[in-house]
Write a protein that binds this ligand. Structure first.
Ligand code: XMP
Length: 520
């Protein structure tokens, strides 16, 4: 929370897209916060709240356990916007009639305005919206008026002036709704008169005060993974605390990408890191993985050993009371059911989550999570603001077990080198072609087979590298990236020329589902 800053509160009833509502509003400079849909008003309402949004939900208003907002939501003298279920539950509570439907209307639907509303200011009178609903409004409650209808004859925008309420049957937060961001902006800054006070720059000061209050003069330990989130936490701590207080540990499992350990170490030193522990654990990991080919077994070995190494290395360096910093994001909290009425949709699978060190620190109230109010894009902006290089801030996601799950079959030092080289050539080619930032995740995989080729006049058996490139919003689903054939042809030639062990390069054309992003 940011005292003194205008705020829109989003009540979450479990829709998949609730946190997109928050993102869209914050993108336009207004602070938005998500709370559980059923939370009593006095838990979250104060003088800074300028408007309330009721999210969608997989529930029907007729379900016996349908989530209901606190009735006082409509009595706070601030405008209320209902989206899909948020409209239906309000209409239902006001005596309107909702028709139940077994089938869902899902996909694009044209909408036509039949009356003026500040919510639709700046939009054309017909636009395409994105619908995803089963139930719909059959009879409006008394005092309500229809502002727009969908091509299927469903009430698409409805006002109940007495309650300062306006409801949408469609989802303005998804990019498929034309000008959906403008509708949310009209609500936040037009209907609610919220000021655009939110930016990562403004937030940094509040964040620093918060960290100083929590940490005081005690040391803080942060485990760096090489990814964006932990790097930005490190940069934030280094900017806020005395350099002697910040202890950064990076465990090199030998399963990292090329130059990753060196780059991260150099970037953190440039930001003033004094206590930077680079733990070279390659040998320990490769010894433990020798002869193992089962993917699940590999994951377990890597995860367990990571915890063992972490405990040992930390206890060697830090004693007495210290805090542990974590790179938890706003979406992680939402997804694990903290902020919302929504049960866990996805739990990040990372060794740190299960680590006894993290659990013990959490129980003792000694965990600091500086990014817990931020979305991923905002974390990247904060990283840039704090001076982290673009190669770290814009880096593609990388799985906790690292190359261990991208080397199919046995993980050996030699195979790590082959994959690291192929992956580095791939990433460099993407950067050279200006494609890196268009792609959500791109990486090379070393297959557990050998294939026939010719080397000079002789037949040769070479390794096979598979290339993967996907676009995605959150990693839950993914589309294959469509390269120009020329790009792939040149890249395959460069990989086979520079890495003599590789005889063949293939491109993975599978979407998710049915394939996962990683191969193991
Ligand atoms: P899948 O392969 O499940 O991957 O489609 C979805 C996203 O999660 C990443 N991933 C992991 N991240 N530990 C992690 O921290 C893991 O064990 C792990 N497995 C997959 C993957 O890279 C993709 O971004």
């Amino acid at each position: 929370m940011n005292p003194g800053m205008d705020r829109i509160v989003i009540l979450d009833f479990g829709s998949q897209t609730t946190h997109l509502i928050g993102r869209r509003i914050r993108e336009r400079g207004v602070y938005a916060e998500i709370v559980s849909g059923t939370a009593p008003v006095d838990q979250w309402f104060d003088g800074d709240v300028r408007g309330i949004i009721l999210s969608g939900s997989p529930a029907s208003v007729y379900d016996s356990d349908a989530p209901r907002p606190d009735p006082r939501v409509y009595e706070q003298n601030v405008p209320v916007l209902g989206i899909c279920y948020g409209l239906q539950v309000t209409a239902h509570l006001q005596g309107g009639e909702i028709s139940r439907s077994e089938s869902r209307e899902y996909g694009p639907a044209p909408v036509e305005a039949v009356s003026n509303s500040p919510l639709l200011q700046g939009l054309s009178s017909r636009f395409v919206s994105w619908m995803s609903h089963g139930d719909a409004l059959k009879r409006l409650p008394s005092g309500a008026r229809e502002i727009a209808v969908s091509g299927h004859g469903v009430s698409a925008v409805v006002e109940i002036p007495e309650l300062s309420f306006v409801g949408l049957q469609f989802h303005p937060e998804v990019t498929h709704t034309e000008q959906g961001g403008l509708i949310l902006d009209n609500f936040a800054t037009g209907v609610c008169s919220a000021r655009r006070q939110w930016s990562v720059e403004n937030y940094l000061e509040t964040l620093q005060e918060d960290i100083l209050r929590r940490v005081e003069d005690r040391p803080v330990l942060l485990l760096i993974s090489g990814g964006v989130d932990s790097s930005v936490v490190a940069a934030t701590l280094l900017r806020t605390l005395k350099p002697e207080q910040v202890h950064l540990m990076y465990i090199d499992t030998g399963l990292m990408r090329k130059n990753e350990s060196v780059e991260i170490g150099a970037a953190l030193k440039r930001l003033g890191a004094r206590h930077l522990y680079l733990v070279d654990a390659e040998e320990r990991f490769l010894t433990a993985l020798a002869g193992v080919i089962d993917p699940e077994e590999k994951r377990h070995i890597i995860g367990d050993l990571f915890i063992t190494v972490q405990e040992k290395e930390v206890s060697r360096r830090l004693t007495g009371e210290y805090l542990l910093a974590q790179g938890t994001l706003y979406t992680d909290l939402i997804e694990s059911g903290h902020g919302t009425g929504n049960a866990a949709k996805r739990i990040k699978s990372h060794h740190n989550v299960a680590s006894p060190l993290v659990q013990a620190k959490r129980e003792a109230g000694l965990v600091v999570e500086p990014l817990a109010a931020l979305y991923k894009d905002e974390v990247r902006d904060l990283g840039r603001l704090l001076g982290l290089p673009e190669e770290i801030v814009g880096r593609h996601p990388f799985p906790g077990p690292g190359l261990g799950v991208r080397i199919l079959g046995e993980v050996t030092q030699e195979r790590c080198v082959i994959l690291r080289e192929a992956d580095a050539l791939y990433v460099q080619a993407l950067r050279d072609a200006g494609l890196y930032d268009e792609i959500w995740q791109a990486f090379a995989v070393l297959l557990p087979i050998r294939s026939v080729g010719v080397a000079g006049d002789r037949r040769a058996y070479g390794d096979v590298i598979a290339l993967r490139a996907i676009t995605s919003r959150d990693g839950m689903t993914a589309d294959v990236y469509g390269f120009q054939p020329e790009f792939l042809r040149n890249l395959a030639a460069s990989i086979t020329n520079r890495i003599p062990q590789v005889g063949r390069v293939v491109y993975d054309c599978s979407g998710k589902p049915p394939a996962t992003i990683e191969w193991e």
